[in-house]
Design a protein around this ligand. Structure first.
Ligand code: ATP
Length: 309
């Protein structure tokens, strides 16, 4: 495929919170099967790609100092991956502008990979179909397909098999961020340790959660938030329990550790309740930063207006 040089392209991509995360037994290959409900929120990163003499990646924004600037950067990896599929020798400069917390359990790295795929696809007008892009996303990592898709979706396998969920209305969230990250493998290992030898059932989505989303019932949704990794994340970082309790005592309808943590997500009745909670959490200094966000939103897409949120 011959590629055409062009002006830079920027893609915007949302963070995810898992409304439900059920972890199956540890399998022989060292991984766990899971059943999850992903929900995309408008806490976003931007990835810009532009033609360059050699490959590079730079990161700005929150947590940028901890993001690698070599081939292990997931945005650069995705851009080089699609370049190989295109079969071009051309190089790109990849710029990542971060708002999604790094190692925060909101799949920021996977989001950047999805944004890079979309941006390079648009820059070079590759003509790949949505299905081909989804397949590439799945090869890049199990959270990448959802970052491409957005909305609200059930994820199975390792999270890469997606089925959209019927969901009414939108939901208001507050996220309590901690600058100290939690390693996803360490949280899974702690989950296995806490479970010990107890038998673990095959994970399945909860019908009550699906009904709450279908009805747009925020109270029922709050009552059905569930994360099998929550105890493990709180065991490794006990202040997460205090953060959740503080939010629940300050008007949150529900609280959940996002993915493998340490971000804590609070579901609120409406936008004003979210603003009140943000003020309360910020004043408490129990966490390092507090942001509000709304979901569900679309997955990775090209934008012309690159202002955050
Ligand atoms: P998940 O919820 O998928 O487990 P996470 O949100 O906890 O992920 P990420 O922000 O995706 O964590 O980062 C995980 C690791 O990946 C970090 O240690 C980070 O250094 C590395 N990484 C590589 N590329 C990126 C990127 N573009 N953005 C953020 N982190 C990246």
């Amino acid at each position: 495929m011959e590629v055409t040089s062009a002006t830079p392209v920027t893609a915007r991509v949302p963070a995810k919170v898992n409304l439900e995360l059920r972890i199956g037994p540890l399998e022989d290959d060292g991984y766990h099967s899971l059943s999850t409900v992903f929900h995309a929120v408008d806490l976003v990163d931007h990835v810009t790609v532009r033609p360059a003499d050699k490959w590079s990646v730079t990161t700005t924004g929150m947590g940028a100092g901890t993001v690698p600037d070599d081939e292990t950067n997931l945005a650069l990896r995705a851009a080089q991956f699609i370049a190989r599929r295109v079969g071009t020798d051309e190089a790109l400069a990849v710029e990542v502008a971060k708002n999604i917390p790094v190692a925060g359990g909101m799949a920021g790295g996977s989001a950047d990979a999805a944004a890079a795929l979309v941006a390079v696809d648009a820059l070079w007008e590759t003509g790949f179909s949505p299905l081909e892009l989804q397949d590439m996303a799945a090869e890049l990592g199990s959270d990448v397909p959802f970052a491409l898709e957005g909305g609200t979706a059930i994820g199975s396998g390792r999270g890469e098999h997606l089925v959209p969920v019927l969901s009414r209305g939108s939901f208001e969230w507050v996220f309590a961020l901690h600058h100290e990250g939690l390693s996803t493998p360490a949280v899974y290992a702690e989950c296995d340790r806490l479970r010990g030898t107890d038998p673990v059932p095959e994970p399945e989505p909860n019908a009550a959660l699906m009904a709450a989303l279908r009805a747009g019932d925020v109270d029922a949704l709050a009552g059905n938030l569930h994360n099998d990794l929550q105890d493990a994340a709180c065991s490794l970082m006990p202040r997460l329990t205090d953060t959740m309790n503080l939010g629940l005592n300050n008007g949150a309808l529900g609280a959940i550790v996002s993915g493998s943590g340490p971000t804590v997500a609070f579901l609120c009745a409406d936008h004003n309740a979210a603003l009140d909670l943000m003020v309360g959490l910020t004043a408490s200094t129990i966490c390092d930063e507090v942001v509000t966000a709304t979901g569900p939103v679309h997955g990775a897409h090209v934008v012309h207006d690159v202002r955050p949120r």
